[in-house]
Design a protein around this ligand. Sequence first.
Ligand code: GLP
Length: 256
Amino acid sequence: MEIIIQPTEADSVDIAARIIARLLREKPNAVLGLATGSTPLRLYRALIAMNLDWSQVTSFNLDEYVGLDPNSPMSYHSFMWANLFDHINIRKDKVNIPDGTAKDIPAFCAEYEEKIKSAGGIDLQVLGIGTEGHIGFNEPTSSLGSRTRIKTLTPQTRRDNARFFDGEDKVPTHVITMGIGTIMEARENLLLAFGANKAHAIAQAVEGPISSINPASILQMHPQAKVCVDAEAASQLTRSEYYKWVYANKPAWQRL
Ligand code: GLP
């Protein structure tokens, strides 16, 4: 794991955007895994401002609420079009987001996995982290080998996401999410976390034991995982000085 601690969210986003921009320049037909929530919003704004060529890019989103029509303003479909896709030249037929209205959810999930495979696998997956350590919507105790499937949200996640709905009781109880095994097959994972309310989850994910209680901790097993955090999200890490030193002293050929 590479832990990149920056003073502010803006500084972290600048690094994350440069990582993605470099990938798109080196591999114009890259396959990107994308996330929703508040965390990637500033990253998406930065990517839009960079005017990159997305015409050959394929994207796969991590998750979607079960039962929400793609046109619902609360759906992750709407979120992605409003905050990224409507502002870049990505092709609609290359955008993939789980369908929360699928009639046969297991069949849909198996197809989603197949699509990722036939696209050549995900080159880089953007991740946020839940306050209890979820990645995608893989809640605590998710199988570390899981594939795309239906999951039930924890009460904490429904509370956390109530701000996007008209109250907690309106937050769907079920979701479709890429599995942890799916995420682990991405060639590179880029986890972003900002703010003090992510500090505990980040400390557990980076310095705690690998455990399904904090699903993000599985990234310790990933050969190319970067964790980009601001000072607040890094505030419960015990080895911050070391991580900062490592980043500041990377060999020239490893720098962005
Ligand atoms: C959301 C998403 C995750 C996201 C996480 C953190 O509900 N399903 O992919 O990373 O929970 O959300 P936020 O960035 O809003 O804190």
